[in-house]
Design a protein around this ligand. Structure first.
Ligand code: DGJ
Length: 727
């Protein structure tokens, strides 16, 4: 990291100008103080070889404010000179709402050879109020994590009305933004828009299950629409599991202001003196070679530095949710252990419905919150199930939804004050349930106790699926009221309460794999993924839809974090479903005993194959080859680190009768041009023959320039190819 504080000889810069380059390997975010000591973002783009030349950047651009604000302020205050969208808005202890921020100092910590942390202190010259901007840079991965800390020493609390994590500024001609709205079973539906003058906002006000309708993930592309292998792009995410807001504003110079953070909606926060308010982080990967390189970098960052056990292993599993729903008993479940063993998966996962006695959890209408084993369904308890699973040689995992409650439950009867609800208004339900008040330490203890209890009673419990199905209606906390804390803290304190429970869980149980689920994919974010090993992208497992959903998630998350289950959704053959689910962590949610002989044999063989290639999918580099949004065929490949092995997945996604066979080869990527490879088709359904010659040897150069034709047709709708180096 290179920082400059120096004397400059040209007029626009005064004697104390400080220039702070935040540099990744290929790009730089260049910050500089102006003559009044305000910090501005003067450039974002490729790094310069001669660092001294950063000093010549500012006189190339014209950023005059035209009396309404400083568009390129690095953290835009409000109530003083600025009349455009602020990054921060506050009310001082004396009720005054003016804020000015001036540069005071900065430091750069070299954490290791790849990582630096730059922190920049800004202070209000009148009030004892300051903020620190943090930029953590993983140089090699070109990833930046950015957050802000706010602190003051005024004589009473200060009211924070808006408190962004990041306030970025990009100079360019055109900006293309891809956002990912969604809904249940339709997560991550991309929309790319060319940004025009004005503001585009993406936000959530749902409280819990906050990502149901909008995702905090985005792709920003400079000059032209985002493409896979060229162009400057940023792939980003606000790592916050509650209400978020992303604001993209093209200013009067056609530059882009980007402000992101916790959604200020109904969230004014009273900050006592000398307490630090830390915002969530904005995480982004930058590439000048398109979304492909950016996402590979983000994946590798996530595996190495962020996701719990990101470089470890995952458990393949059989889940009973779609096989039984709530209708099961001990016999049914223990029979499924045999299926799990017969299939060759590592684990059985017992889903919803195992608890509640006064109000048995026999549907989603009752029992949620009563985490005692249902004695009718499972008279011998979880311990017995685990023993039986062990006899079959499979591990055992369990589903919980600890943040939620059905009104028909003992928990609701005994602890009404733990429930988020307006006491004077009729209750409003989402999936017949309400949300517990995670801002309340007693509720936090209760939630911690559910997990701790399960592990204490069943030390060999191998896995937890942590679900979260409801949004917050009627936001009101009896606890905050009792404590005299403003209700507007609820949305934030809920999420903080959740993180603090997870922190405690991970101190005691650092390694046990846990899956994030939110009625599907509401909750894959990089803050929660510090505590979880994986997430459930969507309840939609119809395999063609799933190809799109997995494709769109794949920009942001490595395959090792994504759980894909084979279910009975849709009409595609079993082979197609297994091939699609194999592009991540493979699981099953089917009645395996109901499979015909061929299907069963195929399943076993495919799981075997998966165990052989899973390390490439989990830890290798992903190359998206053919985009299903643009082609009749989707193709993706994973390549291992030394480029000696790869797996290519090809699917027909558009059933057009005119399709005789794939007319063109699929160009591969990520191989070594100088290596020689053989290609073998795997996951062949019994009785079918491959169209691919396994003996032929190709150079990597040929495969990447010419490609290989997977011979997809209406009979061969899914083709998996294994590529191995020939020595
Ligand atoms: C929603 C999840 O997405 C499903 O996989 C399942 O666990 C149900 N909840 C159980 O209620």
């Amino acid at each position: 990291m290179f920082t400059i504080g120096l004397l400059i000889g040209y007029a626009s810069i005064n004697a104390q100008t400080v220039t702070i380059p935040i540099e990744t390997e290929n790009n730089v975010l260049l910050l500089q103080t102006d003559p009044e000591n305000r910090l501005r973002t003067i450039y974002f783009g490729e790094t310069l070889s001669n660092k001294n030349e950063y000093l010549s950047v500012s006189d190339l651009f014209y950023f005059d404010e035209e009396n309404v604000g400083i568009y390129n302020s690095t953290y835009t205050p409000s109530g003083t000179w600025n009349l455009i969208e602020p990054a921060i808005q506050i009310k001082h202890a004396d009720g005054n709402s003016s804020l000015e921020l001036k540069y005071v100092s900065h430091k750069v910590e070299q954490i290791n050879s790849n990582t630096t942390l730059t922190s920049i202190l800004l202070k209000d010259p009148i009030y004892p109020f300051q903020i620190t901007l943090f930029y953590k840079v993983w140089k090699h991965e070109n990833v930046i994590e950015q957050w802000t800390e706010i602190v003051h020493s005024e004589n009473k609390s200060v009211l924070l009305e808006k408190f962004a994590s990041a306030n970025l500024y990009f100079t360019n001609k055109d900006f293309y933004l891809t956002t990912y709205p969604g809904q249940w079973a339709k997560e991550m539906q991309p929309i790319e828009t060319k940004l025009s003058r004005g503001m585009k906002t993406v936000d959530s006000k749902l409280g819990a299950r906050a990502m149901l309708l909008n995702s905090p993930n985005f792709v920003l592309s400079f000059d032209k629409p985002a493409s896979e292998n060229e162009g400057t792009v940023i792939l980003g995410q606000l790592a916050w599991s509650g209400n978020f807001k992303l604001e993209f504003e093209v200013d009067l110079y056609n530059n882009l202001r980007f402000i992101s953070g916790i959604n200020p909606y109904s969230s004014e926060y009273l900050l006592p003196a000398n307490e630090v308010f830390k915002t969530p982080a904005l995480i982004y990967a930058i590439s000048n070679k398109g979304t492909g390189e950016a996402s590979r970098n983000l994946h590798s960052w996530a595996r190495k530095y962020r996701v719990l056990d990101g470089q470890g292993e995952r458990l393949t599993l059989l889940n009973n949710w779609e096989a039984t729903y709530f209708d099961f008993d001990e016999n049914k479940i223990t029979t499924l252990f045999k299926d799990a063993k017969n299939l060759g998966v590592d684990m059985f996962l017992l889903d919803d419905g195992w608890f509640g006695n006064k109000y048995p959890r026999n549907s989603d209408k009752a029992g949620l919150g009563d985490w005692q084993v249902n004695v009718k369904k499972l008279p011998n308890g979880i311990a017995h199930l685990m023993k039986e699973a062990k006899k079959e040689g499979v591990k055992f995992g369990i589903w919980i939804e600890p943040e939620m409650v059905n009104p028909k439950s003992e928990l609701y009867e005994n602890h009404l004050d733990w429930v988020i609800r307006q006491p004077e208004r009729p209750e409003v339900y989402y999936r017949n349930q309400l949300v517990l008040d995670m801002s309340n330490p007693e509720v936090q203890d209760f939630v911690y106790g559910i997990v701790d209890g399960l592990f204490t009673e069943n030390p060999e419990l191998a896995f937890i699926k942590w679900d979260c199905n409801a949004v917050i209606y009627n936001a009101y906390s009896a606890y905050l009221n009792k404590k005299g804390i403003p209700q507007s803290h609820l949305y934030i304190d809920y999420v903080k309460g959740l993180y603090s429970v997870l922190e405690r869980i991970r101190i005691k149980y650092p390694k046990v794999p846990m899956m994030l689920c939110s009625g599907g994919g509401g909750r894959g974010d990089y803050e929660l993924l510090k505590y979880f090993t994986e997430f459930w992208p969507s309840d939609d497992t119809e395999p063609i839809e799933r190809i799109f959903i997995q494709w769109d998630y794949s920009y942001f998350f490595p395959s090792i974090t994504m759980d894909n289950h084979v279910t009975d959704w849709g009409k595609q053959p079993l082979k197609f479903r297994i091939d699609v689910a194999s592009m991540g962590k493979l699981g099953f949610d089917i009645v395996a005993s109901g499979l015909n002989e061929n299907d069963l044999q195929f399943c076993k063989k495919a799981i075997n194959n998966y165990h052989a290639f899973k390390n490439i999918v989990w830890h290798g580099d992903l190359y998206r080859l053919l985009n299903p949004h643009e082609n009749d065929i989707a193709a993706l490949m994973y390549v291992n680190a030394d480029k000696s092995s790869a797996i290519v997945f090809n699917y027909l996604v558009n059933y057009r009768q005119r399709l005789a066979t794939t007319e063109q080869p699929v160009k591969l990527n990520g191989l070594n041009p100088n290596k020689k490879y053989r290609i073998k088709e795997i996951n062949l359904y019994p009785g079918t023959k491959s169209q691919i010659n396994p003996d032929k040897v190709y150079s990597g150069d040929f495969l990447m320039k010419m490609g290989i034709n997977p011979v997809i047709d209406l009979q061969r709708t899914s083709v998996v190819l294994e590529i191995n180096e020939v020595k």
